[in-house]
Structure formats: structure tokens, C-alpha cells
Design a protein around this ligand. Structure first.
Ligand code: SAM
Length: 281
């Protein structure tokens, strides 16, 4: 039985990092006319209200997207991301926040395809509702994304971005992500794979970046945004990271231009920092 609901966390600092990187990855894919597939193994509900329901109970978006919303000095890569949030809130009030499937849908072209997995019975219903008019370009699967993705690789156009974004509330998600990536690389070595992970005090989270780096010796990028020192009680998210296998060559420069600004804007104490590492071809 899954209990995690992303709506509690929609638009928080971790979503900002994840979705800003996602927009960069999709923008790069769109530079060539050739079609691509976007595969989201852990899709969530697709769109979240920030004014009613779960998001209002935690208001995590206040220390995330809300801090970027009215800024006029956004670095260009962040402006591209905030533009997508603005498109969902045309009257200028921050009422809705897009999840990864919605961001990817907005950026997709006629020739591109999307495949979404979601295992939570309520979330998949909401996702289906949100994508009710999408037609055959978007296929939604009610099931385990770690398993289901295997049957989709390699995708017909041989160009794809895969987002693996579990909640990690179950610590087996760390090893499942690693095994899933090994399997994916054996089927489709040239795909771009983006993995989100949380910075929390548990050992699995701390050793995860090094385990990810061992998947392939080159062609990866790791970026993390730490917003505060680890909580004294040991419980809670104090940052997050994105690990990209086969990233576009433009991503490192875009993040160099972005991360210092994000630390200044979303940092909560003196321990706020970013890390950016990459190995090229
Ligand atoms: N990717 C979404 C976004 O950025 O908007 C957020 C996804 S949320 C962090 C993780 C989601 O994965 C939850 O909705 C949860 O129900 C779902 N989930 C958990 N285990 C899963 C699995 N094995 N396969 C597919 N979905 C799963």
C-alpha cells in the first residue's frame, strides 16, 4: 500500500531543482526535428493545486517556487522553467503547480511520445483525468515503473529521456533505481536518464551519488542543491540531487549559471550550497 502523495511537496525546493533540470533536458531534445520519447517511471498526479488540498497543509511551495515566482532577475535556464509554471497560471496568481508529466507534455511536439507509469490508485486516476484529452501521444500505465519500463526500451525513435523519480520513503527505492538503470542501459545505452534523489540523513541517501557514478565511467552529470544543515532530529529533507546519464553537453554550463543564484534564493541557512560534477565523453 503506497502512502506517499506528492501534492504535499509540490513546488518545494526539490521540485524546483528537478523540474528546472527537466526543462533544460527537454529543451535540448527539441532542438532536433527528430522525434523523441519521454518516459516517466514515477509520474505522480500531473498537476497540483497550491490553494486547496494537501499542498496547503505543508505549504512547502512557499520556500520553493514561490521564491522564484515574482523575480525579474532569473538566470535564463530558470526563466525557461518559470515560464512553464506561468503558462499554467495565466492570471499571474500562483495557484497550480505542474508535475513532471505536465511539463513534458507542454514541451512535446506532434512527433514526440510520452509514456507514464503511476502505481498509486488515486494518483493514477487523477493523472488519467488530467490527460483525458491527450490522445494516443500519451500512454498511461497503472503499475510499477521500475518493471514496466523494460518493455519500452529501446524506444522506436532511438531518442528518449527517462525520468526516474521515486519518493524513497521505502529505502528499497535506492537499490531498485540502481538495478533499473543497469537494466535500462543494457537495453538502450544511449538514452538520457535523469534520476532525482533526496538529501536526508539516512545512509542510503548519502552513498547513493557514488553508487550512481559507478554505473558508467563517463558521460554523467551530478548536481545537488542543499538548502540547510541536516535537521537536528535527523528527520526531513534538507536538499536533493539530480543525476543524469548521457546528459546534453550544454547542461553543465546552464547549471553553472544557475546554481549560485538558486543557493542564494532558496538557501535557508549558512550550510546552503550546491555541488556540480560531470564527466564528459
Ligand atoms: N515525477 C513526479 C513529478 O516530478 O511531478 C513526482 C513523482 S512522486 C515523487 C513519486 C510517485 O511515484 C508517487 O506518485 C507514487 O505513488 C509513485 N510510485 C511509487 N512507487 C512506484 C512504482 N514502483 N512505480 C510507479 N509509480 C510509483
Amino acid at each position: 500500500m503506497l502512502s506517499y502523495r506528492h501534492a504535499f511537496h509540490a513546488g518545494n525546493h526539490a521540485d524546483v531543482l528537478k523540474h528546472a533540470v527537466l526543462v533544460q533536458l527537454l529543451d535540448y531534445l527539441r532542438q532536433k526535428d527528430k522525434s523523441y520519447w519521454y518516459i516517466d517511471t514515477h509520474a505522480g498526479a500531473g498537476v497540483y493545486s497550491l490553494q486547496e488540498g494537501y499542498a496547503t497543509k505543508t505549504s512547502e511551495f512557499e520556500s520553493g517556487i514561490a521564491k522564484l515566482w515574482s523575480r525579474t532577475d532569473l538566470p535564463a535556464p530558470l526563466a525557461a522553467y518559470v515560464d512553464e509554471i506561468a503558462a499554467l497560471n495565466p492570471d499571474g496568481q500562483l495557484r497550480y503547480y505542474p508535475g513532471s508529466p505536465y511539463l513534458a507534455w507542454r514541451l512535446m511536439r506532434e512527433q514526440d511520445r510520452m509514456r507514464l507509469f503511476e502505481m498509486h490508485t488515486t494518483e493514477i486516476d487523477v493523472l488519467r483525468h488530467n490527460f483525458r484529452d491527450a490522445g494516443r501521444r500519451a500512454m498511461l500505465y497503472d503499475g510499477d515503473g521500475f518493471e514496466g519500463i523494460k518493455a519500452l526500451l529501446p524506444p522506436p525513435p532511438r531518442r528518449a529521456l527517462v525520468l526516474i523519480d521515486p519518493s524513497y520513503e521505502d529505502k528499497r527505492d535506492y537499490t531498485r533505481t540502481l538495478h533499473c538503470l543497469e537494466e535500462c542501459l543494457s537495453r538502450f545505452a544511449t538514452g538520457t536518464y535523469a534520476v532525482w534523489y533526496p538529501q536526508v540523513t539516512r545512509l542510503e541517501s548519502q552513498r547513493f551519488p557514488d553508487q550512481l557514478k559507478r554505473l558508467q565511467s563517463k558521460n554523467w552529470l551530478h548536481v545537488s542543491l542543499t538548502v540547510s544543515r541536516p535537521p537536528s532530529g535527523g528527520f526531513g529533507l534538507f536538499g536533493s540531487g539530480m543525476f543524469i546519464l548521457n546528459p546534453p553537453y550544454t547542461l553543465a554550463a546552464a547549471l553553472k549559471a544557475t546554481m549560485p543564484w538558486l543557493v542564494k534564493t532558496l538557501g535557508q541557512d549558512q550550510d546552503a550550497q550546491f555541488q556540480l560534477e560531470y564527466r564528459g565523453d
